[in-house]
Design a binder for this molecule. Structure first.
Ligand code: ADP
Length: 250
């Protein structure tokens, strides 16, 4: 039986900051099309782990392969971004003075030069793609709105749209529901679920209602002290003695 290649295979990652071990013998395997949620108490190493994937931080030891062939450890942040690994930080970083449409154009170009991409011509295909994304993120009637005029939740969805415009194969999404109303949180879950399968997504999240919404029939990874404490179905993970202990701090 041929082995299905992982989209991402990280093995034996270790990372210390001034003697403090933030990531400890961490291994993590991600299938193509998976929507994986990573949970864990504050300081568990979740952000640092995303930093290692995107090349923002380099591990002390370990290996990390993308699509079976690309050695992420030897690549810089920009090369990793160009491979198709996109990240959305917890705080939205949309261009507030540009319209929603322009924000997507800027991401589409994948260019680091804002001006160049805004003044270069958008092809009909690219335009179609942008409108398709606007529909996906349910902002089709806000295309002409300035990014800064959007509500917090809408900014988060625009940022997810920007990752789609980049054609990111792997979307790393850091606490998408932070600061959202219950209604916005639910809609964010629906959005991520609609992307699963077509895209591979790693979500870091604290809100367990939200985690449960997006994790039915999927795997959840629990990080603790820089290590995978437990991994599996959300019910299994939530009932795991070690997980309960870590969360309740007993
Ligand atoms: P989480 O995202 O799960 O809350 P982090 O990855 O942010 O956890 O942090 C894990 C641990 O590593 C924390 O104790 C944090 O203080 C430490 N840490 C993270 N980045 C640095 C850094 N650049 N320098 C020193 N310590 C860091």
């Amino acid at each position: 039986v041929a082995q299905t290649p992982f989209l991402l295979a990280a093995e034996g990652l270790n990372k210390s900051f001034q003697g403090f071990q933030a990531i400890r013998d961490l291994s993590f395997y991600l299938d193509v099309g998976e929507l994986r949620t990573v949970i864990g108490p504050n300081g568990a190493g979740k952000t640092t782990f995303l930093d290692l994937i995107t090349g923002r931080t380099k591990p002390d030891t370990g290996t990390m392969l993308f699509e079976d062939s690309h050695d992420l450890i030897s690549m810089n942040e920009y090369e990793i971004y160009r491979l198709g690994i996109g990240r959305k930080f917890q705080t939205p970083t949309v261009y507030t003075d540009h319209t929603v449409y322009e924000n997507l154009v800027l991401s589409l170009a994948g260019s680091r030069s804002v001006w160049k991409s805004l003044f270069s011509k958008v092809s009909p295909d690219q335009k179609d793609r942008i409108y398709e994304i606007l529909k996906t993120i349910k902002l089709q009637d806000k295309a002409d709105w300035k990014g800064g005029a959007l509500a917090h939740g809408q900014k988060q969805w625009l940022e997810i749209g920007m990752l789609l415009a980049q054609d990111a194969k792997l979307l790393l999404v850091d606490e998408p529901a932070a600061g959202m109303t219950d209604e916005e949180t639910y809609r964010t879950g629906e959005l991520l679920l609609s992307l699963a399968g077509k895209h591979t997504i790693v979500v870091i999240e604290h809100d367990m209602t939200f985690v449960r919404q997006i994790s039915q029939g999927r795997r959840v990874t629990v990080l603790h002290q820089g290590h995978v404490l437990c991994e599996g179905a959300v019910d299994h993970v939530q009932n795991d003695e070690r997980v309960i202990e870590v969360y309740l701090g007993r």
